[in-house]
Design a protein around this ligand. Structure first.
Ligand SMILES: Nc1nc2c([nH]c(=O)n2[C@H]2C[C@H](O)[C@@H](COP(=O)(O)OP(=O)(O)OP(=O)(O)O)O2)c(=O)[nH]1
Length: 133
């Protein structure tokens, strides 16, 4: 079964890329992982690749799943995948978002995440601590 929404935990130099939502108004200003809805006929990984192109203008290399599937309102689930930025894949830009931030493990808890993402913080911290860059 594919996820309803995929998120991408992009790690570079031991830091996690987060992006700040510009809309809709009720969540504008909150932070999330790059990603979005999985479209009909798409695999989770295909959705991750497409969303990273659309939102960040980059190619990513998709790795393992991170943490558990997190329930979202409306019976949907959010599934997160680790990813890296290959050489020559471009530099991430906030194409549709207000801002991007590279976060260390120590900074994760202080960020105003979307509620579902808070559930993933232990797994994201572990991902960062297990990386050597
Ligand atoms: N992309 C993303 N969405 C998340 C995260 N956590 C979380 O609860 N969501 C929710 C917010 C939205 O209700 C839904 C995904 O919406 P989206 O607006 O990013 O998806 P999309 O790009 O396909 O949407 P759209 O603008 O085409 O409608 O999942 C996360 O870390 N990343």
């Amino acid at each position: 079964m594919t996820a309803d929404v995929v998120g991408t935990a992009i790690v570079r130099n031991g830091l996690l890329l987060a992006q700040q939502r510009a809309y809709p108004p009720d969540v504008a200003g909150l932070w999330e992982l790059p990603g979005g809805r999985v479209e009909a006929g798409e695999t989770d990984v295909e959705a991750v690749l497409r969303e990273c192109r659309e939102e960040l203008g980059v190619e990513v290399v998709v790795g393992d799943r991170v943490g558990v599937d997190v329930p979202l309102p409306g019976g949907k689930v959010l599934r997160v995948f680790a990813a890296t930025l290959p050489e020559g894949g471009g530099q991430p830009r906030a194409v549709e978002h207000k801002a991007l931030r590279w976060l260390s493990a120590d900074e994760l808890a202080a960020v105003d995440w979307l509620p579902a993402d808070r559930v993933l913080l232990p797994a994201l911290r572990e991902l960062l601590s297990g990386t050597d860059g």
